[in-house]
Ligand binder design. Sequence first.
Ligand SMILES: [Mg+2]
Length: 230
Amino acid sequence: MPALKAVLFDGGNTLLELDYPWLAKLARRLGADGATPEAIGRAGARLMRQRSLRYGRTPLRQEAHEVFEESFSSIAAELGLSPMAAAEFARRAHLEDREHPQGLWRCPAPGALATLAALKARNLHLGVISNADGNAEAHLGLAGFAHYLDLVIDSSQVGVEKPDPTIFRLALAQLGLASHEAVYVGDLLDVDVAGARGAGLMPYLYDPYDVYPDVAEQRVRALRELLDHL
Ligand SMILES: [Mg+2]
């Protein structure tokens, strides 16, 4: 690849994950005996693929509560919880997300910090473009990413969201780069990959749970694989 200068990432489900161990413990307490962090992650990834255009976008403030509860109830139902237990799972998860200083998006994805450190050592600019609620930079900072990131663009702060190419162009402008000098890595086909391509950046689909086996895009199952691709 000629003259790569920046690697830009999605935030949620790419650099940061929900606290799956916490959610698995909650699900087991509510009766889903076999719930594992892996099962929660996989159920979440499948749900996001099904509904990626809707959930990839920042829910409007007044819709956020509903979207959160609906998503978490679906995940809980897939784990085998009864409708009543699933609603309780969603309620407690939402409470934790609001009350914990890091929210529930508080775990670096496997290999994320090490991958960023290695890319930084290649003198690449690193950044995040996230459809988020205004807390992306704070949450990434609390999870240990601040040191590596040259920019964080949070859709609610700039008033435009992926897949609109404008948000990718904002990042390029801040870094003083052309689109062919950057790649973008994200987990949603319709939001991250389509958006990046629309702005002229080469996209990589991050698909740790193999929910896009049918897709011909450049796809990595682990973030560390990027070190071989780039
Ligand atoms: Mg994402």
